[in-house]
Design a protein around this ligand. Structure first.
Ligand SMILES: Cc1ncc(COP(=O)(O)O)c(C=O)c1O
Length: 450
């Protein structure tokens, strides 16, 4: 029996498939502690729900439940967002060019080519590659020279509000998110606007578009700048436009774990040339010319090597996005059939009539009941080799950083609840149908586990 067939048989092993399973009898296996053995027998557990495999290691016989067997013998682990790498040659040929030119950073040829490619992909007038999204947000907030409170959300990756805390003359005012898209609730934002409000910093959580039309209308009505933390949004489109075309400016992350990466990196996208110029000055120490320093900028330039990695990775990103889509569609199909009262996956998020998604994350909401909650399910999945993440926990509300900022919070019950109930399952372009089936099987078994 070919190894892959054996793994597949074991992965799909279930009570009632006796004929197929008989094929694994006598198959040689290797256990990390007991060494080489042979499958001797397959039986059902007493209550008849689980399969038990008896394995002979010389004179010793050991019995493993099918779950233990999968974990201990196959040891397959499913991790979140394994970084995508381009084919080596497409990167090294660019590295050679950089070495030949001896131009390593400070807006060189790779930087220009990378910016131009991003401008095209994002229908953008101005794109500024930067060292990472966190610094991109701080840069943008400083360059906009805002004064007062920025409305933002507690339900996000900490970088959003850390960047805001580090920007000059602004402080966060936290408003709640919507349960249907995890993004800022425009009604909650409207209620929180006062004469102190300087602008809105919303987040496209997990790469799902926030309520861009409502938030844009609100910002316009109150003449407030609207910025999006679009860290997880590479490739996301809404109504035929890149998601980064909404609001005054957006910031993308190109961190290694994102669908498109430059190892570390990010970009500021805007349509106002003056704002772009100020951001570009800010990430280059505020130096305007040899003898002119405009303001106290910092250093946030993306170097030539990272731009080269970005250009090489652009060559494969479309295929990776397509593969991610297939993984998520497979999960959706299984969960639709499962229709489990405790697991919701917000099907409306995946409606593609008006949007193109990038399938960065696959969040499910685990409603606590019958002794099973999100954290328990997460632990059980980890034991089964499925490494999910409890993004976004903790929220700003539970964060030590914001512990003395009680006055900065509106009521945010939805954020708090989601942070306790959402679990992001691994999505990886390398998962094939068989991997997806295993992950969904482990999920179902983890739910059933007592
Ligand atoms: C919503 C959000 N904002 C900001 C960041 C920070 O991005 P970077 O690592 O590029 O600074 C992340 C990273 O995961 C994120 O998810």
């Amino acid at each position: 029996m070919r190894e892959v067939d054996f793994e597949k048989l074991i992965a799909e092993a279930a009570v009632g498939r006796d004929e197929e399973l008989a094929r694994v009898l006598g198959h040689g296996v290797k256990h990390p502690a007991y060494g080489k053995g042979r499958i001797q027998d397959i039986q059902k557990s007493e209550e008849g729900r689980e399969l038990l495999l008896s394995v002979g290691f010389g004179k010793i016989n050991k019995v493993f439940s099918i779950t233990e067997f999968r974990r201990e013998f196959l040891q397959k682990q499913y991790v979140m967002n394994q970084p995508s790498v381009p084919d080596l040659e497409s990167f090294t040929s660019r590295v050679k060019e950089i070495f030949d030119n001896r131009w390593l950073t400070n807006f060189g040829g790779m930087h220009e080519e990378f910016s131009e490619s991003l401008r095209e992909i994002m229908d953008a007038e101005f794109v500024l590659p930067v060292t990472n999204a966190t610094f991109g947000l701080t840069t943008l907030l400083n360059a906009m020279d805002l004064h007062g409170e920025m409305l933002t959300v507690p339900y996000t990756f900490p970088a959003t509000y850390h960047a805001l805390i580090h920007a000059r003359n602004v402080s966060p005012r936290f408003v709640d998110v919507r349960r249907d898209n995890f993004g800022m609730d425009p009604d909650a934002a409207a209620r929180a606007i006062t004469e102190r409000t300087a602008g809105i910093l919303a987040v496209h959580a997990y790469g799902f578009p926030a309520a861009v039309e409502e938030l844009s209308a609100l910002a316009q009505e109150h003449d407030l700048p609207l910025i999006f933390d679009a860290a997880a949004c590479f490739g996301v489109r809404k109504n035929g436009l890149s998601i980064t075309q909404y609001g005054d400016a957006s910031v993308l992350s190109f961190h290694a774990t994102k669908v498109f990466n430059t190892a570390e990196g990010g970009a500021i996208i805007c349509r106002d040339e003056a704002l772009y110029d100020r951001c570009k000055l800010f990430i280059n120490f505020g130096i305007l010319g040899e003898d002119k320093i405009e303001f106290d900028g910092l250093n946030g330039k993306m170097d030539e090597l990272r731009c080269a990695l970005g250009l090489a990775n652009l060559g494969q990103v479309e295929i990776a996005l397509e593969k991610r889509k297939r993984v998520v569609e497979s999960y959706l199909e299984t969960l639709r059939e499962l229709d489990h009262p405790q697991i919701s996956y917000l099907p409306s998020l995946y409606d593609t009539s008006e949007q193109t998604l990038n399938y960065s994350y696959f969040p499910i909401i685990v409603t606590p009941s019958d002794g099973l909650d999100r954290d328990m399910l997460n632990q059980r999945l980890r034991r089964r080799g499925v490494f999910s993440r409890t993004y976004y926990y903790p929220t700003a509300r539970e964060s030590k950083i914001c512990s003395d900022m009680e006055d900065s919070f509106e009521s945010t019950p939805v954020s708090t609840q989601l942070s306790k109930e959402v679990l992001c399952l691994p999505v990886n372009p390398d998962f094939d149908e068989y991997d997806c089936a295993c992950i969904m099987r482990e999920l179902q078994e983890a739910i059933r586990e007592t």
